[in-house]
Ligand binder design. Structure first.
Ligand code: GLV
Ligand code: GLV
Length: 333
């Protein structure tokens, strides 16, 4: 019979239509967080899996999945996947690189401006019926013009965020594990600084690093203490890059002006101390959530699956492999 593809979360109807000629498609009708045993059972019954960040796939899941050939992650980040374990088992992993850069960059600016201009707070105030008591000086926020944008993690999303700064009149500094080539720095008008320099100088600090062992709590109590008390911290990267408890304390004690967060440690839980902060603008991990981009992300996951099995526009050449060495080591199915 046909190989089976499991899709862990509801996507778009065209996804099933593209896969059905070649696969037996098992698409989950609802958003569910699968307990480990249920996740293992589903992975054990398929050749291909299209999954989201809530599916955490490690050595134990892989051990139960002898038929599995590809895990296509519906995200650019893949800290939910144990890549060495997948690679050791000859399973290809793919992500949705690049198709979401511009949407995520737009949303990052929405968060920056929303925090600077206190949009969440102001909307709650209006809805609570307090408009009549608004004074000339009630809603004073921060301008962007002339303020310094700092970016930690200058991959393609960081660069897309930086390019938008020209229109706001903001100088850009960045820190990254490796310095970018001069022509890329010029294209984003961004200046490289060390991490301490970034923390000390940024008026807006945007986090755009993947979550790894090295980046876990890259912003904790010590780093927050180096930032300006007037600064705004924006996290569109991953929960865990920031120590959320330390951040909530800094916000509560006036050691940081505001934060705008799309990602949290322990999602979908949000630290109660952050929920209690008026100066925290919070959203449920939606930076890539536009119609065009979420469609492009799902199309890319499908392209990777089809390609591995020799079908579709990229037959034989999955477009965004994370561990391409698997392709060289093992013949295509
Ligand atoms: C994508 O952002 C996901 O939540 O899987
Ligand atoms: C979402 O968080 C992604 O990594 O695409």
């Amino acid at each position: 019979g046909k190989p089976r593809v499991w899709i862990s979360r509801p996507t778009f109807p065209e996804v099933v239509a593209r896969l059905e000629p070649y696969f037996d498609v098992a698409a989950e009708p609802e958003e569910v967080v699968f307990p480990p045993a249920e996740l293992a059972a589903r992975l054990s019954a398929c050749e291909a899996a299209i999954v989201g960040l809530k599916e955490r796939i490690g050595a134990a899941e892989v051990a139960h999945a002898p038929r599995l050939r590809i895990v296509a992650n519906l995200a650019v980040g893949y800290d939910n996947l144990d890549i060495p374990a997948l690679t050791a088992a000859g399973i290809l992993a793919s992500n949705t690189a690049d198709v979401l850069n511009e949407s995520v960059a737009d949303y990052t600016w929405a968060l920056m401006l929303g925090a600077a201009r206190r949009m969440g707070e102001a909307e709650r105030w209006l809805r609570a019926g307090h408009w009549h008591s608004t004074e000339f000086r009630t809603w004073l926020g921060m301008d962007t013009r002339g303020r310094t944008l700092g970016i930690l993690g200058m991959g393609r999303i960081g660069q897309a965020i930086a390019r938008r700064a020209l229109g706001f009149g903001m100088p850009v500094i960045y820190h990254n594990r490796s310095r970018l080539p001069a022509e890329v720095e010029q294209a984003c008008a961004a200046r490289y600084v060390d991490k301490d320099g970034l923390l000390a100088a940024a008026d807006f600090l945007v986090l755009a690093v993947p979550l790894t062992a090295e980046s876990r709590h890259a912003i904790g109590a010590a780093e927050l203490a180096r930032m300006k008390p007037t600064a705004v911290l924006v996290n569109i990267a991953r929960g865990g890059v920031v120590d959320d408890a330390a951040l909530a304390a800094a916000l509560a004690e006036g050691r940081l002006a505001a934060a705008a967060l799309d990602v949290f440690e322990g999602e979908p839980q949000v630290h109660p101390a952050l929920l209690a902060r008026e100066n925290a603008l919070l959203s449920p991990h939606i930076a890539s959530a536009t119609w065009d981009t979420r469609r492009a992300m799902t199309a890319m996951a499908v392209d990777n699956v089809l390609a591995l099995f020799g079908h579709g526009p990229h037959a034989g050449r999955p477009p965004s492999p994370i561990n391409p060495e698997v392709l060289a080591a093992r013949p295509a199915p």
